[in-house]
Design a protein around this ligand. Structure first.
Ligand SMILES: *Cc1c(COP(=O)(O)O)cnc(C)c1O
Length: 381
């Protein structure tokens, strides 16, 4: 098997699993318990917050654990909308956000929010001038992703943050694809809220965090007990939080080497595809791009058939995003950057990890070349 779908999810690495295991069977106490076993769990939560806060230049009490990227995005946007209603109801986001952001904004629109969706250029970069013009006196939130999950384009986050800060508007960034891959400093980028998810950087699934700056007001999304300083109720997912912390530690320890290797493989795969396969078009920015992201559209080729044929050869890739695969809708991201519906339907995403090899890239190019040729032949092209 050649696994090229690391933007959808990654392998939980053994050191993460090892860190988690004792918290299922040995240290199973409720963090709210006033006995030793509970304190052990409580300490695990505190330690994890310290570890994560240090990576961002934040404070431990600005880190809140969630059930992953989707919850973090929902929480950030809904909580700001509720807490700042007296200031306004205008939210600015972009057309290329993950559905966790887009569908939350659509939901809030039905509750009375007004949402501006920024365009992205052909490379997938949002327009800063358009952002400045979109700001109104009643704008309460700018939510723009750090890096795109489909085409890998990295946004000018520092500039967006500076604009938001200058206008006194909160800035949330969905950093689910970026955190653990790229160094992030929340103060430097004026980020008030940041979403991240463990399973995108070799941690467990179903656990993530939301950074909420102490300057930001944010209501609770999940009501119940007093966990997470009353802002996110529910018994803490201790094994998950311990696994998340272990994944963070590892990600930062190996970041340079891992992303260096991924970039090398990425650029090799891109150049080989462009050299070997005619009518191949790279989607996303060539250099301002996530280390492991490769996304191509092949003329006259629908991704669905190509993916099935790749799967038969043991190659796991994806169409747009994992969430849109299986539906025939063309990728909203590709459409937003000006691709035709045909090109958008043909997008093939291959997202690498440091475990991939150059030999695998050669096999992938060879198979892709054969598959693309076969599909075109069947279509009489
Ligand atoms: C995967 C992803 C999410 C959703 O995260 P989950 O932890 O799977 O809920 C949100 N935003 C982006 C950019 C993602 O890549």
């Amino acid at each position: 098997m050649i696994y090229l779908d690391n933007a959808a999810t990654t392998r939980t690495v053994p050191e993460v699993v090892d860190a988690m295991l004792p918290y299922f069977t040995e240290y199973y106490g409720n963090a709210g318990g006033i006995y030793g076993l509970g304190n052990k769990s409580k300490k695990a939560v505190i330690d994890a917050k310290e570890t994560i806060a240090a990576t961002l230049g934040a404070e431990p009490n600005e880190i809140y654990f969630t059930a992953g990227g989707t919850e973090s995005d929902n929480w950030a946007i809904k909580a700001v909308y509720e807490a700042y209603r007296d200031k306004g109801k205008h939210i600015i986001t972009s057309k290329i956000e993950h559905h966790a952001v887009l569908h939350t904004c659509e939901y809030l629109s039905k509750q009375g929010a007004e949402v501006t969706y920024l365009d992205a250029d052909a490379d997938g970069v949002i327009d800063l001038e358009q952002l400045k013009k979109a700001i109104r006196p009643d704008t309460i939130l700018i939510s723009v992703m750090y890096a795109n999950n489909e085409i890998g384009t990295i946004q000018p986050v520092r500039e967006i943050g500076a604009i938001a800060a200058e206008q006194g508007i909160l800035f949330h960034t969905d950093a689910v694809q970026a955190y653990g891959q790229l160094p992030i400093d929340v103060a430097e980028c004026h980020i008030d809220m940041l979403s991240a998810s463990g399973h995108k950087f070799n941690g467990p699934k179903g656990v993530g965090f939301l950074y909420i700056s102490k300057k930001a007001k944010a209501h609770s999304l999940i009501h119940g007990g007093q966990q997470e300083r009353g802002r996110r109720a529910g018994t803490e997912n201790i094994p998950g939080i311990v696994g998340l912390e272990a994944a963070v530690k590892r990600a930062y320890r190996v970041m340079e080497e891992k992303t260096g290797r991924e970039k090398e493989l990425r650029d090799y795969l891109i150049s080989q595809i462009e050299q070997e396969i005619s009518g191949a078009r790279l989607n996303g920015h060539r250099t301002k791009r996530l280390p492991g992201n490769v996304n191509f559209s092949f003329e006259s080729v629908e991704s669905e058939s190509a993916l099935i044929m790749l799967d038969m050869q043991g190659i796991c890739a994806s169409g747009g995003s994992a969430c849109t695969t299986g539906s025939i809708d063309p990728s909203h991201v590709l459409l937003a950057i000006g691709a035709s519906p045909e090109t958008a339907r043909g997008a093939l995403r291959m997202t690498l990890s440091e475990e991939n090899t150059k030999e695998e890239m050669d096999i992938v190019v060879e198979e892709l070349k054969r598959i693309v040729g076969k599909i075109r032949e069947m279509r009489g092209i």
